[in-house]
Ligand binder design. Structure first.
Ligand code: NAP
Length: 246
């Protein structure tokens, strides 16, 4: 098992990519803190991890709320004594063309997708520094590399988390802490729920592999990056998109 006895915190782990990541980590032997904002989804993910033979606990943690994040880290450390990996996965969309985008749409996406990543990492970094080890993984997006129509706010945040991953790779590398960003293409999760079927088909057509990605395919990437097999991967930005951007 790739992640045997490693302790991981995964934000937004109630569904989608986060849930698949929690399950993958649990299957690979990790002890998982399932963090999200809805108790029923947290419970579902924890049950899935346990049913797969893994160890997991869950807690409500809003990435905008430092107190809830400190409590999430404390609960993890109280239970397992350490934090080996933080997956900054929680994210939302609130799309509109620039001319129509409201301040609220811009601020909500920046608060969760950008500042939320800063908040979570800030809450965890002291423990990782004390341990002199750890892995920080930021969920970015191909939109964080290339931009996207109707996603000024999302693009700003996803470019930003790449910048933070690289900055932390430089700041923390000598302390035994690695930091990387993953850029999924179009992955079949609830976040795509507002996109009309017709547009989904058009997206699939654009992918050389002819299909959307599965949450498990991003989860596998996070699991590899969290493992010791990725021990020299630091400051990397890894695209997982079926060839969409070539
Ligand atoms: P998802 O299915 O919507 O899951 C995201 C999870 O984060 C949800 O459970 C969501 O809860 C939770 N969340 C929302 N606001 C939060 C907050 N303030 N604090 C903590 N958790 C919060 O999305 P996904 O598709 O799995 O995406 C996961 C990550 O991958 C995101 O960062 C996303 O931007 C990125 N990504 C996704 C795709 C894709 O095509 N799916 C592509 C590129 C990048 P609610 O449902 O209640 O909001």
């Amino acid at each position: 098992m790739r992640l045997k006895d490693k302790v991981a915190i995964i934000t937004g782990a109630g569904r989608g990519i986060g849930q698949a990541t929690a399950l993958k980590f649990a299957r690979e032997g990790a002890k998982v803190m399932v963090a999200d904002i809805k108790q029923e989804w947290i419970d579902e993910t924890v049950q899935m991890c346990k049913a797969a033979g893994g160890e997991a606990i869950g807690q409500i943690a809003d990435v905008r709320d430092m107190k809830s994040l400190e409590s999430m880290v404390k609960a993890t450390v109280d239970k397992w004594g350490r934090v080996d990996c933080l997956v900054n996965n929680a994210g939302i969309v609130a799309d509109a063309q620039l001319k129509n985008m409201t301040e609220d749409q811009f601020d909500r996406v920046i608060d969760i997708n950008l500042k939320g990543v800063y908040n979570c990492t800030k809450a965890v970094v002291h423990k990782m520094l004390e341990q002199q080890s750890g892995v920080i993984l930021n969920a970015s997006s191909i939109v964080g590399l290339y931009g996207n129509f109707g996603q000024t706010n999302y693009a700003a945040a996803k470019f930003g988390v790449i910048g933070m991953a690289k900055t932390w790779a430089r700041e923390l590398g000598r302390k035994g802490i690695r930091s990387n960003a993953v850029c999924p293409g179009f992955i079949s999760t609830p976040i795509l729920g507002t996109i009309p079927e017709k547009v989904i088909h058009a997206l699939e057509e654009r992918v050389p592999m002819g299909r959307l990605g599965k949450p498990e395919e991003i989860a596998n990437t996070f699991a590899f990056l969290a493992s010791d097999e990725a021990s020299y991967i630091n400051g990397a930005v890894i695209e997982v998109n079926g060839g969409l951007t070539i």
